[in-house]
Design a protein around this ligand. Structure first.
Ligand code: ADP
Ligand code: MG
Length: 295
């Protein structure tokens, strides 16, 4: 087992984002057992932080699903009297990296693979939503793949626990806007209408799926790098995205339900788990195993 961080040795850096650094580590007594170690540094004022990392730790520790990245231990290092410190998560190592890495390499994925991905994300969301947790940051770099080709949801850095009602807007500029649903952009609605937060994750899944099929972020052309305002306008006020003609009817219908701008009309996780796109036979044949990079 892992009793403390001293049992682990860093081997490589796997990634860094807003929250901290993720290392590939191995157990000092067993060089063949790898883990991913995410280290979040925080100071007294919470600066350098998206939100206190205790919620991320709590979600990771409690989640027990094959569709959510597993966390073996959480260690806190630092001053308990309100000072700063490090929070470290020892997670299962996902050899294939993230869907972001896979798309960098392969550019696009066939429908049979997107459908397995969609099914896994929906199962993960169904589990999280059952715990009243909205992920709020579903995007390629937060979907991880292991050597078996299984897909799991990671990174609860901006997740949120739903307590019946909206508590007002706490939209965070540091979160990624690109995969955010229109209703999350729509500040006026926050606190007003009691939007179903869970379907925000469904929107993001739709964007990810279309990106996998097209090979680029679907709201813009392959080379475009829009700023925040342009992005918001396209997502909230632009025409509904046309589905690619080459896509099957099932794919088009599924993604259309995810990308319904009006959250009241959007497909729910349970509806989509029963959609023909993920129910058809060809959807169980192939996972992501051929796309795993394994460096
Ligand atoms: P951040 O909050 O900084 O976005 P993430 O938890 O999303 O942190 O991790 C950042 C990156 O590190 C991921 O996009 C992925 O490339 C890599 N990573 C994170 N966790 C793992 C893991 N368990 N196995 C392999 N790679 C991981
Ligand atoms: Mg991330």
């Amino acid at each position: 087992g892992i009793r403390s961080l001293l049992d682990l040795e860093k081997v490589a850096v796997l990634g860094h984002g807003n929250g901290g650094i993720v290392y590939k580590v191995h157990h000092k007594k067993n060089y063949n057992s790898f883990y991913a170690l995410k280290v979040l540094r925080f100071d007294q004022n919470g600066i350098g932080f998206r939100q206190p990392p205790t919620l991320e730790a709590e979600i990771l520790k409690r989640a027990d699903s094959p569709y959510i990245v597993r966390c073996h231990a959480v260690f806190y290092n630092g001053d308990c009297n309100g000072g700063g410190g490090d929070l470290s998560f020892v997670m299962e190592y996902m050899e294939g990296g993230s869907l972001y890495d896979i798309l960098q390499q392969h550019h696009r994925l066939p429908e049979e693979v997107i459908c397995v991905l969609a099914k896994s994300v929906l199962e993960g969301l169904n589990y999280l939503h059952g715990m009243n947790i909205v992920h709020r940051d579903i995007k390629p770099s937060n979907l991880l793949v292991n050597e078996k080709g299984e897909v799991k949801i990671a990174d609860f850095g901006v997740s949120h626990v739903v307590e019946g009602r909206f508590k007002g807007n706490d939209m965070n500029a540091e979160g990624t806007c690109a995969y955010m649903s229109p209703e999350r952009f729509d500040l006026e609605r926050w606190g007003g209408e009691n939007a179903d937060e869970f379907v925000g994750d469904v929107w993001s899944l739709g964007v990810v799926m279309l990106e996998c099929l097209l090979g680029h972020f679907p709201f813009f052309g392959p080379q475009q790098r829009p700023d925040w305002a342009t992005l918001m306008c396209a997502i909230c006020f632009g025409e509904k995205l046309e589905m690619p003609e080459k896509a099957s009817q099932e794919f088009q219908s599924f993604v259309n339900k995810c990308l319904e701008k009006d959250w009241k009309k959007r497909g729910t996780v349970l509806e989509l788990l029963n959609h023909p796109f993920v129910k058809r036979n060809s959807c169980s044949k192939k996972g992501m195993e051929d796309y795993v990079l394994c460096g």
